[in-house]
Design a protein around this ligand. Sequence first.
Ligand code: DUC
Ligand code: ZN
Ligand code: ZN
Length: 467
Amino acid sequence: MSTLLIKGGTVVGVAGAIAADVLVDGETIAAVTEPGRISSADRVLDATGRFVIPGGIDVHTHMRLPFGGTFASDTFETGTRAAAFGGTTTIIDFAVQRTGEVVQDGLAAWHALADGECFIDYGFHMILGGVDEDALKAMDQLVADEGVTSFKLFMAYPGVFYSDDGQILRAMQRARGNGAMIMMHAENGIAIDVLVQQALARGETDPVYHGLTRPPELEAEATHRAIVLAGVARDCPLYFVHLSASEALEHVAAARDAGRNVFAETCPQYLYLTLEDQLGAPGFEGAKWVASPPLRSRHEPHRADLWKGLRANDLAVVSTDHCPFCMKEQKELGLGDFSRIPNGIGTVEHRVDLLYQGVVEGKLSLQRWVETIATTPARMFGLYPRKGVIAPGSDADIVLYDPQGHTRIGAATHHMNLDHSAWEGFEIAGRVDTVVSRGDVIVDGTGLHATKGRGRYLRRGLSSYLL
Ligand code: DUC
Ligand code: ZN
Ligand code: ZN
């Protein structure tokens, strides 16, 4: 097996930043040593001036998600290639069971989409679009046999992915029994649909009304309701996806203060973008930023509160909710009717950089950057210590990050299969320099050095955070 020595860098982990060399043997980290201790290897990477961090883990992506009569534009091939360029070496995507479908068939369909296509390692959560007796049994089987240990439910999207409170409670009770994590899309979809119909009846059809008909109160209400239901299910582990609003965060913080098994993630779009600046762009332009939950108002404290929540660990993870749709022929489906715009933003390539910008701006410590983009995601979803840490025995998924580098984001240079960028013109005071996945240098300054299909399916264990 060949060896790789990463020397002269600063290894950053949750415990701090130290000058250290990293020796990789085959696919695995063999040693983390004081600088200069090992002098030779089959290949040497000079990491002088670079941060050496665990590869990014994006636990919330939607490659080829069927939505609103179309499919998310990234395949597992294009999406995982883009992720690799951005320093992400593992994704967890959402397999889908639609109402009336057999859960295992949905999982098989997602394996068929990903198998042989990925540049990086990947796992699956399961979206349950129809909680019934068969789906509940399937939860046990997926946890026991398939390495799928987390299930997403929707309090939004009536008639599509929506689960009612009874279905949610039953899934939570099952999860309490088998150790799975319930992931919740918390928006009151029934009330939202009323507001949407009222807005359309008034002739309010522009993209900005997507945001105005999904107010923060309806995210907060659903968040609180889910916390109550999980409590009734004997404190079933509960993880809120894409938390966007201050009021929802307050409910999560209160539950955590009370010692509950409640966790949450946010996404870069909620940390940086706003209803007025992006979603409210003139004409149909705002469609680029139609996602659910929506971008929140710049005149309310959401963004500052989310950064605070990240520092305080009330928000444990930053994922992307990567769900790209092109303007042409996809977002355009909602011309003249915002409710028909496919929901989603493409960010899988930029999460590591966008969160590093938080470090540059003094909103996040270096350690917390690594913790929220890699270490906690691995622990939360049963991949630790195989992933998420630079330590002997762990997979050699490593990013060399150059704090002297510079990144300018835009559609002309990104690798996602997307005809625009939600991040056009964003500047980052840092740059992904080299990306190592299980010992292979898959990206460096000269480009991509990997073939599709090298990425492996990850059977995940239970969350490390379970009591
Ligand atoms: N939100 C989105 O914006 N897109 C896909 C699904 C979701 O919950
Ligand atoms: Zn969602
Ligand atoms: Zn999502």
